[in-house]
Design a protein around this ligand. Sequence first.
Ligand SMILES: Cc1cc2nc3c(=O)[nH]c(=O)nc-3n(C[C@H](O)[C@H](O)[C@H](O)COP(=O)(O)O)c2cc1C
Ligand code: SF4
Length: 529
Amino acid sequence: MTPGQKNKVYVSRDMASVALGADDVARAFEAAGCEVVRTGSRGLFSIEPLVEVESGGARTGFGPVGPDDVAAVLEGSHAARLGDVAALPFFAGQQRFTFARCGIIDPLDPEDYAAHGGWRGLDAARAMAPQAVVDAVKASGLRGRGGAGFPTGIKWQTVLDAPGKPKFIVCNADEGDSGTFADRMLMEGDPFCLIEGMAIAAHAVGAGHGYIYIRSEYPFAIAAMRQAIEISAQRIAPFTLEVRVGAGAYVCGEETALLDSIEGKRGQVRAKPPLPALEGLFGQPTVINNVLSLAAIPFILAQGAEAYAAVGFGRSRGTMPVQLAGNVKHGGLYEIGFGITLGELVNAIGGGTASGRPVRAVQVGGPLGAYFPPSMFDLPFDYEAFAQAGGLIGHAGITVFDDGVDMAHMARFAMEFCAVESCGKCTPCRIGSTRGVEVMDRIIAARDADPAAAEDVGGGLTKALHSRSLARIDNGREAQTALLRDLCDTMKYGSLCALGGFTPYPVLSALDHFPEDFGASAPVKEAAE
Ligand SMILES: Cc1cc2nc3c(=O)[nH]c(=O)nc-3n(C[C@H](O)[C@H](O)[C@H](O)COP(=O)(O)O)c2cc1C
Ligand code: SF4
């Protein structure tokens, strides 16, 4: 590894790596005469910009590095030398089924893709009858990774059996959940994998054309997918694909609003039935799946449904690319079989908070997910276990908060988010969320009213007057809290879709697990810790 020699180095061009300076680093290595291969990210952002230097067929990682570090990296003497990146504990513990190639291959080199197992799933699927492909997906136990966890094979069966023609494959790449980035990483780091999954789905259900719906905040993913579609057009023919760009409304991630948006209408939730599987895009039978659901398909067809189903926990089969974000030391993507506990993910893998302060809460599943305190960290990562605990896995985003967080403000934020993002079609969500913000404002005001101040300001306040004002604050808080629960009930059971229906999860979990932030006394189990 000598400066000036034609060394081969790998530098990520993932949007997060670029934000951390990867483009400047790549340019510096090019200027030093190196052959620079731009990859996706391996998924551990605390070591980005990561540079891997190839020598004798092996790669040695250095990270994070800057543009001034070229000589030290090429000499192998840089202090940020990591050695074999795959052997780092963060990666060695993972089961990378879907993200096996991400960070390793050149995302837009079809030969690199093929050399790393690409297209084997499509070849295997095309040698099978459509029903056999659907059966394999059913046997894998794969459930939708977009949030609802609906069995993918059953959805495909409905579309296969639907009489109408043409049929469509739609990929939901809206990825609106806070703290999530797995779809983006996959599209930027291994776009052919998604294309292969969609081509397999097309063969399985008899679809001729597909759409990938990506939010406009993902310009790198949009560019990567467009290029990859062009490059692989022959390989996936007669199936054809195109990218549609969404403006970034959260509700357009809801499948029927997304279909309206592709059709050129304002994205608004449709009442179900009819299911999109029967009457979806342009009224035709449509498979709509999340990026991660579709990107899991090539593995299932290439390695066998049993290999996928062999990993997991209960009815949650296979792997989940968990995304660690927020105030966490080792933020990134960690693909692992279901069943790992929440505590292992946050503390052992995430390394606790970036601030070094104690973890107080984690929100799992995006803005509609519940908040969990550390006392619930033995919860296994599993759809059913999370549902039983009053939460959801969603798209597997975990956002970590330290003890500086104000949970009443987080509950208010959940209501405000719903009010801002509501499509407006149904009353419990449209009006309820606005009333919810107002109730939260009153709860916070009551909590922040300082009774001691009444004593000072009043000067001559009698003891009786003072305790009456205390009682008034308490009554107000209790009445508002009861109103909040009532409102959440109405939203949960009366909303047309999960935006209004699931907003109560963050609100009520914050209230139940952190009552002291709402002005009540702390629960006994918390106080005992
Ligand atoms: C408000 C709202 C937002 C959603 N956002 C997304 C999203 O960004 N990406 C996604 O895949 N699914 C999202 N979903 C779930 C989709 O409606 C749908 O369940 C999913 O695309 C189905 O694919 P899957 O079975 O592969 O998960 C959202 C649902 C709701 C109610
Ligand atoms: S719950 Fe909200 S986002 Fe969903 S249909 Fe009703 S108004 Fe629209």
